[in-house]
Design a protein around this ligand. Structure first.
Ligand code: NAD
Ligand code: DAU
Length: 366
């Protein structure tokens, strides 16, 4: 698109738009393209939270629909009624530890749900009138975990790295990626797949490493580090991920895959110690200080992938995206967010959450 060419608005369904990345994406999209129509389709599972969108609910162009992506007639109805041209598909069961406790929901939402959306869009997108410049698109948001685990000296995952998923979660995401890919090759449906590294930032559900550590520090609870703490993740600030998805939606090529990463490989134990230092410095009151004394090495996650790292050269060279937030800045902003949003996270520590927590962490220290 040249600078003086007017942008043609999009009409999107954002599945999983009440979750962590989905809600950050909806906020990014509504602020960047206020004229676009955004329909959030979210089942509000334990990980979905309408509060994540509370500041946006007044927007005339935003509609929230509580519903399951596996419900074909609901999806068909929304696509037609809203003349949707873009599906940004985030909805998933997303937590590895929960997939180990119960893989069934992961197969249902991640595989069957994605299949349902692909089938619905396959019948819908040819009915759109594209003469006015609209570009129908199915964006399938996926993960670097589909590539498996790296050794310390291995090169980072590229778009051509063979799939080798190791957990029920990553296997279900791999299955859904293959379906999205097949719909392009078989039916010519405009799908794009993105595989992203670990996100962090505001609205991150308490069960994941960074929010769990921040919240436990504020409650004076143990900071459970799995195994020897030497596992490596490549951290990306969620707003940078949303910027990358924006670029992919607007400039990505159908049928392509784009890896998205933060260029920030950090060992878990180092990350936790950094968070401890930030919390000691930034919190006015803490039940236990220094926070490092709360660190406990606990039983490892079964099948725990040792290292993830993303090679994001393709999205940089072809679409011009690169991360803008350093891990130092991003972690500081994130600690600040958890310090100032106790009213957001406290209600999430529900009985269901406590019961999940006991199941994962009850075996105690190593
Ligand atoms: P999340 O668990 O925070 O949110 C998932 C959302 O999907 C929730 O709002 C939930 O209510 C909704 N949902 C679940 N099942 C549904 C169903 N059957 N129908 C409709 N809605 C349903 O997840 P997240 O961390 O925001 O991840 C979003 C996507 O990004 C996922 O596809 C995940 O695999 C992918 N991803 C996440 C990360 C990460 O670090 N969090 C990294 C790479 C890729
Ligand atoms: O890589 C992308 C993936 O990142 C996404 O696809 C997933 O949806 C997302 O949940 C995330 O998966 P991880 O398993 O890497 O994230 P998690 O926050 O659960 O764990 C990060 C690392 O920290 C991992 O090595 C396990 C470790 N960990 C985690 C928890 C919750 C601990 O040591 N202790 C903990 O209590």
């Amino acid at each position: 698109m040249t600078e003086n060419q007017e942008r043609v608005g999009r009409r999107l369904i954002v599945t999983g738009g009440a979750g962590f990345i989905g809600s950050n994406f909806v906020r990014h999209w509504c602020q960047t393209y206020p004229g676009d129509r955004v329909v959030v389709l979210d089942a509000l599972t334990y990980a979905g939270n309408r509060q994540n969108l509370a500041d946006l609910e007044e927007k005339a162009n935003l509609r929230f629909v509580k519903g399951d992506i596996c419900d074909r007639s609901l999806v068909d109805g929304l696509l037609k009624e809203e003349t949707i041209d873009t599906i940004a598909h985030f909805a998933a069961e997303s937590h590895v530890d929960r997939s180990i406790l119960g893989p069934g929901a992961f197969i249902q939402t991640n595989v069957v749900g994605t299949f349902t959306l692909l089938e619905a869009f396959r019948h819908h997108w040819p009915t759109l009138s594209t003469g006015d410049g609209q570009r129908p698109l199915f964006l399938h948001v996926s993960t670097d975990e589909v590539y498996g685990s790296l050794g310390p000296e291995d090169p980072a995952f590229s778009e051509t790295t063979p799939y080798a998923p190791n957990s029920p979660y990553s296997a279900s995401k791999a299955g859904s990626d293959h379906l999205a890919r097949a719909y392009y090759h078989t039916y010519g449906m405009p799908t794009v797949i993105t595989n992203c590294s670990n996100n962090y930032g505001p609205y991150h559900f308490p069960e994941k490493l960074i929010p769990l550590m921040c919240i436990n520090m504020l409650l004076g609870k143990q900071l459970p580090v799995y195994g020897d703490g030497q596992n490596v993740r490549d951290w990306l600030y969620v707003i940078d991920h949303c910027r990358a998805l924006d670029v992919v939606i607007n400039k990505g090529k159908p049928g392509e895959t784009y890896n998205i990463g933060g260029n920030n490989e950090v060992k878990n134990i180092d990350l936790v110690k950094t968070l401890c230092g930030l919390m000691d410095e930034m919190a006015t009151e803490l039940p236990a200080k220094p926070c490092e004394k709360l660190i406990a090495f606990v039983k490892d996650r079964p099948g725990h992938d040792r290292r993830y790292a993303i090679d994001a050269t393709k999205i940089k060279t072809e679409l011009g995206w690169e991360p803008s937030v350093t891990v130092e800045e991003g972690l500081r902003q994130t600690v600040e967010w958890y310090l100032t949003h106790r009213d957001w996270w406290e209600p999430l520590l529900s009985e269901e959450y406590q019961s999940y927590y006991r199941q994962v962490y009850s075996s105690g220290e190593e």
